[in-house]
Design a protein around this ligand. Structure first.
Ligand code: 5GP
Ligand code: ZN
Length: 142
């Protein structure tokens, strides 16, 4: 398995750092973003370390977007947002801050005026953890 010991997401995959996990399968992991752009903001990643869209093998991209789709379904069911954005950054110019390929799954509300580069504001960990449990239950049912 491709693993970078200095990568935060690889360390989450390895269980060395905590996360609010909501789903995993053989190839991918999904967990809550701790600096949520909106309530329910989640991330889907391949378990192996690939930096970005350009370097991630097609089958790993496919697995990750399939997981993002599952997560989006659970978020839709649990939170009934008005919409959901999938977002994904490649390189510093695109505001990629973690150099391990990931898809953002961001629930949207009409009028929330969220900008694409939304900045990082730490969330309420109790609220994120509680919501993670609800989403994980949904995902276990799908
Ligand atoms: P990027 O800026 O690369 O598109 O997205 C990286 C995301 O990872 C950011 O939204 C940031 O909040 C999130 N993030 C960074 N470190 C951690 C962490 O330790 N745990 C979790 N759950 N999310 C993280
Ligand atoms: Zn990594």
């Amino acid at each position: 398995m491709t693993h970078d010991p200095d990568c935060i997401f690889c360390r989450i995959v390895a269980g060395e750092l905590p996360c609010f996990e909501i789903y995993q399968d053989d190839d991918t992991l999904a967990f809550m973003d701790i600096n949520p752009a909106n309530t329910g903001h989640a991330l889907a990643i391949p378990k192996q370390h690939w930096q970005d869209l350009h370097t991630t093998p097609d089958e790993q991209l496919a697995a990750t977007i399939a997981t993002a789709k599952r997560v989006a379904g659970a978020l839709q069911a649990e939170l009934s947002p008005d919409g959901i954005n999938l977002a994904q950054a490649n390189g510093k110019g695109a505001a990629q801050s973690v150099m391990h390929f990931h898809m953002h799954i961001v629930p949207r509300r009409l009028g929330d005026e969220l900008k694409l580069n939304w900045g990082m504001n730490p969330g309420d960990m109790d609220a994120i953890g509680e919501l993670a449990k609800r989403i994980a239950v949904r995902l276990a049912e799908t």
